[in-house]
Design a protein around this ligand. Structure first.
Ligand SMILES: C[S@@+](CC[C@H](N)C(=O)[O-])C[C@H]1O[C@@H](n2cnc3c(N)ncnc32)[C@H](O)[C@@H]1O
Length: 286
């Protein structure tokens, strides 16, 4: 659903929707209509993907962010620039977009015309029907594709390819299986599935975990209270991305891979061995 930006501001004010307080650099996201919570928005200054903001700051640019939450530091940084293009923020939880709109209105009301708000689940039809085929210079998707099913992950990358302009880029960050909360025996099983995929290249892509936070999957030391404090509900399914699987898959989807490498998440209890995140930068060929 497309939200009118001015109406979004009015509704946020009427309903007194506020940006929640930040704790340890994270602002927990709101509960979705399905009763699930999808983690927190990072509120730290940008450390990487500065190229996304450079592209978004060009007056003729058209960019899209998927899982934009309440206005990520990337979005806010772009709207603080004197010059910028058009920014479409897509987010599952509509009230987060309403709060985002108030933040832009407080920053500079004239910039609301540079913003489009799409509420709903990417890559489902109700969302992608509002997006422009071949229309985007850059797409940003941070910590969002991990909440999709295997079919949705495949569809998400197909849609990203369809939506980018030739030469346009995707900047993404996702979780891997290699984190400190997963039981070692589960990791061993995943390694076998990965090897099998790399030999046969047949779907499903390994990585989907239906009950990711089930006791059979996570270590006993990770308590329900700890997960609650991290803004995660225990009934979540996740997709965990392996680097080699993704390299093979993304090449088959006709992307040019600039970066597809592990990166660390030094955040307990997730920290393990520096492979907790997968950083992805892709280009659609010209
Ligand atoms: C872990 S938070 C990350 C927020 C932000 N991208 C960041 O990195 O700080 C995940 C966000 O993605 C949203 N989300 C989850 N599934 C989504 C989907 N299918 N389409 C769009 N947004 C989604 C959640 O509501 C939440 O705001």
């Amino acid at each position: 659903m497309k939200l009118c930006t001015k109406k979004a501001v009015e509704e946020a004010r009427e309903r007194n929707l506020q940006l929640p307080e930040e704790k340890n650099g994270l602002i927990l996201t709101l509960t979705n209509t399905d009763g699930k919570k999808y983690g927190g928005m990072s509120n730290k200054p940008l450390e990487e993907f500065k190229e996304f903001v450079e592209i978004a700051s060009r007056a003729d640019a058209n960019v899209l962010e998927i899982g934009a939450a309440y206005g990520t530091p990337y979005l806010m940084e772009t709207f603080k620039k004197e010059s910028m293009g058009h920014y479409t923020a897509c987010e599952l939880v509509g009230d987060q977009l309403r709060i985002l709109a108030t933040r832009i209105e407080e920053l500079d009301p004239s910039k609301l015309s540079n913003l489009t708000l799409i509420a709903g689940p990417f890559p489902r039809k109700e969302v992608v029907d509002h997006l422009q085929e071949g229309g985007y210079d850059a797409i940003l998707a941070l910590h969002v594709f991990q909440f999709l099913t295997e079919e949705e992950v495949v569809e998400a990358f197909k849609q990203v390819h369809r939506l980018l302009k030739p030469g346009g880029k995707l900047f993404a960050k996702v979780m891997t299986p290699y984190n400190g909360i997963t039981r070692p025996e589960v990791l061993q099983k995943r390694a076998e599935e990965v090897q099998n995929y790399l030999v046969h290249k047949t779907r499903p892509l390994p990585g989907f975990v239906k009950h990711a936070l089930a006791r059979s999957h996570i270590k006993d030391s990770v308590t329900d209270d700890l997960l609650k404090a991290l803004g995660i509900t225990t009934d979540l399914h996740v997709f965990q991305f392996d680097r080699d699987v993704m390299k093979a898959f993304l090449e088959s989807e006709n992307f040019l891979i600039e970066i597809c490498e592990y990166s660390p998440l030094n955040f307990p209890p997730f920290a393990l061995d520096g492979r907790e995140h997968l950083t992805i930068v892709l280009q659609k060929p010209n």
